[in-house]
Design a protein around this ligand. Structure first.
Ligand code: FES
Ligand code: FES
Length: 179
């Protein structure tokens, strides 16, 4: 069965038909062309496919496209501001947190949600918040350093654009609460 839905992706309103069984990941990549949304495991384990839905990090591979009807989506393509890397992206570059880059879009988006929350995180809390993301290259330490730096930068100078003012929760918590 097909259904017409509409969503705002990276500030642009998109209206189109989907099969009700399509995942948001499939629609973002194959229908709308946002290939920065990566498919890793396809079963909600690796975080590669994470996007922000109304400001909340969600694994788009296990989220039906029809659930996103009327919602606001941010993918990695919408993170840069005025053609410049966002403070979070810049922190990932500065701290050497990018190797093959497959995990990077999801990690940048989750870190963006954390940074935009304005909250402080201990090292352990930050690790827990990022625990839904697997990285096969970096050994994680530079990722944690980048996330720490980005969150601190945003807290001190407010330089993170407020893509979505909604509060955030870890993606797994959100999914558990919505199912
Ligand atoms: S591809 Fe979605 S969590 Fe791995
Ligand atoms: S940089 Fe390669 S998987 Fe993370």
């Amino acid at each position: 069965m097909r259904k017409k839905i509409a969503m705002t992706v990276n500030g642009k309103v998109e209206s189109f038909e989907v099969d009700v069984r399509d995942s948001l990941l499939e629609v973002l990549r194959n229908t709308l062309g946002y290939t920065g949304v990566k498919k890793g495991c396809g079963v909600g384990e690796c975080g590669a496919c994470s996007v922000l839905i109304d400001g909340v990090p969600i694994d788009s591979c296990i989220y039906l496209a029809v659930w996103a009807d009327g919602k606001t989506i941010l993918t990695i393509e919408g993170v840069a501001q005025d053609g410049e890397l966002s403070p979070v992206q810049q922190a990932f570059v500065d701290k050497g947190a990018v190797q093959c880059g497959f995990c990077t879009p999801g990690l940048v988006l989750t870190t963006t949600a954390l940074a935009e929350s304005g909250q402080e995180y201990t090292k352990d809390e930050l690790k827990r918040e990022l625990s839904g993301h697997f990285c096969r290259c970096t050994g994680y330490q530079n990722i944690f350093k980048a996330a720490e730096k980005a969150i601190e930068t945003c807290r001190h100078d407010g330089s993170c654009g407020n893509h979505h003012p909604a509060d955030h929760h870890h993606d797994q918590e959100k999914q558990e609460g919505s199912e």
